[in-house]
Each structure stands twice: as structure tokens, then as C-alpha cells.
Design a binder for this molecule. Sequence first.
Ligand SMILES: [Ca+2]
Ligand SMILES: [Ca+2]
Ligand SMILES: [Ca+2]
Length: 508
Amino acid sequence: MRFKTFISAAMALAVTCVTHALFAVFPTPPLYVTGIGPVFDPAWSPGTPEYQMTALGDGIFYADITAKGQGGGGACTFEWKAVGSSWSDGDAPQDNATGVAETTGSVIRLLVDTVARTDGFLPNVGEYGARGVCCTEPSVVYTTDVVRATGNFISELGGTNWDASSTYTVMYDDGTHGDEVAGDSTYTLAMSGLTAGNYEFKISFSGEWNRQISTTGFTSAGGNIPFKSLGPADNLKILADVKHGRTKIVSNMAVPGPPFYGVSAAWGLSMNSSTVLFDDGTCGDVTAGDKIYSRAFAVNAPTQYTLKAQQGVGPEYPGTGSVGGFPPGGYPFETVTTGQIILMQFDTNVLADSYVPNTRYVWTDPVSRRIPPYVQAIGDFMIDLGGAGNWNNSDPNFQLLDNGLNGDVVAGDNIFAATFANPAGVPSRQYKAIGLQGSWEYQFGGAGDGYTRNGNNPTIIIDVPAPANVIFQTDATTGRIGIGGNLPTRPPTINAQAPTDVADWMLY
Ligand SMILES: [Ca+2]
Ligand SMILES: [Ca+2]
Ligand SMILES: [Ca+2]
């Protein structure tokens, strides 16, 4: 009972910290680990010298701790996080990470990866708000564990949904049952026959939930991981890297499109013939075969909404926010008349102008486009450039303007810019832009994102030695951001400079 009381108090404290750091990024070193008592003493105390982390290289940090007591959770689990010197510096992961301390005095290595990876596994730094990915050595997963993908799809296979002991969901790491490499700590569940639709799962171990892999990695309570089936012929694989606590969905129908679909709560969230995008010059597509997929959609009633491009099981664009959620996330647009037609365009070309995102971003026609009332550059460069504090989303000294002055090349083109003297240098800092003063509701930038509402765009890294000026640029139509004197490239089918009552397709 004493343990249970202890755990409750500490969990409440940790949850508070998660909320506090919702939009923070991972802190710059020194980094620390902190966690629950009695494994940690003091418990939940960022900045404790004996818990300082050491760089392992490649953006990975570790700390070797000696458990002051046995883990008090089920299966001797304990909860922990990587954090800066204080909670206000930010922390990771969003939920508490999990470790196992079976005995007092056991030595456990706690690791955090702070770098975005390109292997398609989640969680991944910069995607869905992840600031760091945590795991332990020894792992919370035993070699004797039965690894399962457990979720609400099991009834489609003949079993019971969320049955953590199901015989239908056992994963393999022995080179059989669709597992590609035996013994590489990546387990595989291969399946097909699922009715088209949205599903979710977590990775469970030996039929219990004290240890699991959720949206935020190794946790005791994180979110369910979503995936889609495009139909019974969709050969799906769920992969689980049980060394790092990450998962990946592979589908034979999920190769990067087409078909792409344009979905919005304003006209429909289903991926079907009424939402498929065109690149054949029809249905509003301006130019056939230019790899820009488009469609004109009629919106029944005047509204403010969001949209996304989707490609089945693969990623969504923008990636951040939930287009079907409340409030809805994605690319923002607004209509003012009943039955208004909006043109959505989705560029799958790759641009080489150093602006981010450089592919797979969406935009809408000028009538439905939201012109931001305020654009500001934000990040951990603000103090370097003379600001009072970093990550201040209401600092007009960092406002970008569309007036043709101070680094803005063309007035009124919906590209916002400002130039800053840089006497001290800006070493490897994080940058994105926001579209409403004092708010995180509208954001710009980030690979796979662009202009978003109700999401949390990943940052891009800027590195400018003194004394070169820093010129921040933000294209508020596409959401592409970067630095430098050159304008971000725009696809030729954007109408960004004609009168706002002229729809894109009227120009061609
Ligand atoms: Ca394997
Ligand atoms: Ca096209
Ligand atoms: Ca401009």
C-alpha cells in the first residue's frame, strides 16, 4: 500500500509536467534523468547531479543509475523521463517512459534519442510532438516474452478485440511469419483480410499491460497507435522494435501514392471516389501530369475548417493534428458563401531551394485561404538575436512582415520576412513560425507539414555564424519556411498574387 500511495503522488506530479511542456522542445544539455521513487531518490527532481546524462554520440544521451529501490509498478516497472535542469526546460517522452528494476541496487542505463530518424518508425523526434525517444538497458522486454500487437482489429481475424492473450496477434522475430530478419529485435505481425477502415493497437508483452509500447514508446499508459486498412487485399505488417520501443506499419498498398485523397470534415473524411485527387487536368486540377494533385470541393455551408492529403496507410499531409478531431487539425481554410468551391492542391514534386517542407504540402485557392493577421519567427535563437526570451509566441520584435521591406522581397505576396543583425552567431538553433500572436493555433514549417492549425509543427535547424544577417522567410500560403535572401520557390499553379477573388483555376 505504501508503494501505491507513492506512485499516485508521483504520477500526478509528472502529468503536470507533461502539460506544462506541451509545446516546448527538447532542452539543450545538460540533460538529466528523473523518475519515480524509490528507484530514484530524490524522486521527480530534475537537475539532480547524480542523474546527469552523458552524450553517447549521434544525438543519443544516457545515464547509468543504481536503483535505490525496487520498481513499484506491476512486474517491478518504474516511470522516468529525460529532462533539462528544470521542468520548464522541457522533457521527453510526452508520457512517462518505463523501465524495470527487479532488485535494489540494480544498474540500469537510461537512454534518450534526440534526433529525427528516417526509418519510418514512431515515435520519432519531430513527429506528432515527440521531443525524445526513451529506452533502457536492460530492456523492459525479456527474451522470454511473447510479443503481441493487441488492438481493435482482432475481431477481423477471428478473435476478441484487445485480448492481450490472443493467439491471432503473436509477433515473430525468427524469420518466419513475415518477419524479414531473425533475431534483430524487430518483431513482425503479418495479416490481411481487414475490412477497410481505421484501427488501433499497442504492443503488449506476455499478456500484461505493465510494460507496453504506445504512441510515445515504452510507457505504462500512452495512446493507442492508429493504422488503416485499405481493404481485405491490403497485406499489412505491424513491426515492433522492442529494443527502442518503436513501431511501424507496412502495407503493400501504402507505397507513396497515388491515389491521394483530400479529406476534410467539411466534405468527408473517407478515402474514396468522392475525395480522390486528380493529376489529369480534370476536376479542378490545373495541369495534367505535373505531379500536383488537385480537386475542387464544394463546401455546403460557410465554415472554418481544415483539410489534409492522405494516402491510405501512409502518412498524412500535414502530418500534425487530427483532421477528424475536435478541434480539427490540418491545413486551415475558410469559406464565406453557401456551396463555395475551394481548390485544394497537393505538390508531390521535390523542391531544392532549402525551404521546408520541400515536398508533399498542400494549399488552397486565395478565396478560401486564411491570411494570417500576424506572423512571427519563433525558436531558441531569440536570445541569440537580442530577444528577452526563447519560445515567446508574443514577441513583436520577431514579427515577420509582408511589406517589401527589411528582407521581404515582394510586398503583398503572402510571403513574410524580416532581417536580423547577428553579432553573436546563431549556432544550431530551432526555428518555426506561428500565425497568430500569443497563440500556437496556427503554425508554419516542418517536414511533412507546412501551414497547420491545431497541430505542433516540428522545427527546422538553422545555423548562421556571426556576423551574417539572419533573414527569416515564411510562405504563409504553402507554410514553407527557411532563412536567406532568396524567395521560397512556388509551384506554378499557385495564384498567390492575383486579387483574392480570383480562384487559381481562373488564371489558366
Ligand atoms: Ca525480426
Ligand atoms: Ca496537376
Ligand atoms: Ca512578401
